[in-house]
Design a binder for this molecule. Structure first.
Ligand code: 5GP
Ligand code: MG
Length: 181
């Protein structure tokens, strides 16, 4: 079957299959194994950035076999398929992370502005360490000096939906990731 036939419509746009559910879950499991090794006996606190990372965070946590906590913050920068450049904190950090190992869970690093703005907020809470774990990164689109410690997939600079990522609020429930046609 050609990809043409499998293309899907989300609102007014057409998307084609890009990363299958199996591919994503295999990679998520890999990252979980790595994190379980690196943070064994360190009792880390995961901070998942809503909304986009909810599915990744859930699958990642299910594969972890170490003591850990998870909490959530809600940041927003996107309007439609374009980064607005401005980052809004819609739900802030409510967990004390002083002297804790913090692992930030992101769905995707695009320009990097979201993390650039959020990192000082975490640092101000004096954690023992901060690591960044992002399912996706668009290296061509990065505009700030941010280094992710755990990355699922490096992808080209094209808009994607599915597996938690939305187009104008829709498409988050898709089990795999689709790319704008
Ligand atoms: P950044 O601040 O790094 O430019 O963007 C980070 C946020 O923008 C991500 O957490 C995500 O919510 C959104 N974003 C960036 N690229 C895409 C994309 O290709 N698709 C979707 N759905 N969201 C994206
Ligand atoms: Mg996001």
């Amino acid at each position: 079957m050609s990809n043409e036939k499998l293309s899907i419509q989300v609102k007014d746009k057409e998307f084609i299959p890009y990363l299958s559910e199996e591919t994503i879950l295999a990679r998520v499991k890999n990252i979980a194994v790595q994190l379980s090794e690196d943070f064994k006996d360190k009792n880390p606190v995961f901070i998942a950035v809503l909304n986009g990372s909810f599915m990744f965070a859930a699958d990642l946590m299910k594969q972890l076999h170490i003591n850990s906590e998870i909490t959530f913050v809600k940041l927003a920068s996107y309007i439609g398929t374009q980064s607005s450049g401005k980052v809004l904190t819609l739900l802030g950090l409510d967990t004390n992370v002083k002297d804790r190992h913090v692992i930030i869970i992101e769905d995707i690093i695009d320009t990097g502005f979201t993390l650039k703005k959020f990192l000082p907020v975490i640092k101000a809470n004096e954690p023992k360490s901060i690591s960044i774990c992002s399912l996706l990164i668009k290296p061509e689109s990065l505009q700030v000096d941010i280094k992710a410690d755990y990355i699922g997939f490096e992808i080209p600079n094209r808009f994607v939906v599915g597996y938690g990522l939305d187009y104008d609020g829709y498409g988050r429930n898709l089990k795999s990731i689709y790319q704008l046609k």
